[in-house]
Design a protein. Sequence first.
Length: 279
Amino acid sequence: MKKVPFKKMHGCGNDFIIIDNREALMKSFELSRFVKSVCTRRFHIGADGLMLLEKSTIADFKMRYFNSDGSEGEMCGNGARCIVKYAHLMGIAREVMTFETLNGIYEGRILNGKVQIKFPPIPIKDFNLNQPFPSDENDFYHFAWVGVPHTVFIERRIDEKQDKDFIQWARKIRHNPAICKSGTNVNLIEILDKNQMKIRTFERGVEDETLACGSGATASAIISSLLGHVSSPVNVHAKGGVLTISFRITKDDVQDIVLEGNAVVVAEGELLSEASVSV
């Protein structure tokens, strides 16, 4: 019976299982099935996603991120904060580090108990604002690829939607090929003032509403600023806590993009192969 050491962490309620795979501990596992199994709540540890920390030749380490459905994702903002703290706690990296993802190289920092992720610059032309929604000529959405694809809708009161209604609404958008062929995360936001906003996110790969989404908060804050609603820094209030997004908009791109929030270790132990569930 193979035992796999792990830590369970969360960033504003967005929770993850993290495994040190620098010595190819997971080589005998079919990763997609394994991830889907251990992320299944009630039957296993349960999580929104799983990350493997691996060796990198171009950064301090490589972050491999898997959604709870077993699919491998390009990037995850809250997951990145957790794995940065994990790397520091394990003595793998110092307070300032770089890490490799499928979406490129990112920088992580630990500062005054919070964890920061610095995103690469994003060209202004990559933000698609005020797009007519395919099935409703009176509705508009905004789209950007911020680590992963994000669609943003702005409403006056986002809590008026019951959870089941929000999920049903968001699921149709998530799978709409007219917006993004590979599927999209869906964010519903409410502007509170020039530096505050609320957010709800349906995450692709989790296929459910999550308590927070770091890249979704980042995409929403920048889009809201481009539309003239907010200014950096922006405190984004998710169900699981507050994320702070700072950035600088220039003529050609958005620079100095930083996502800041908590990263908490809640448990550690060993995953047991016999506990795997049928998926």
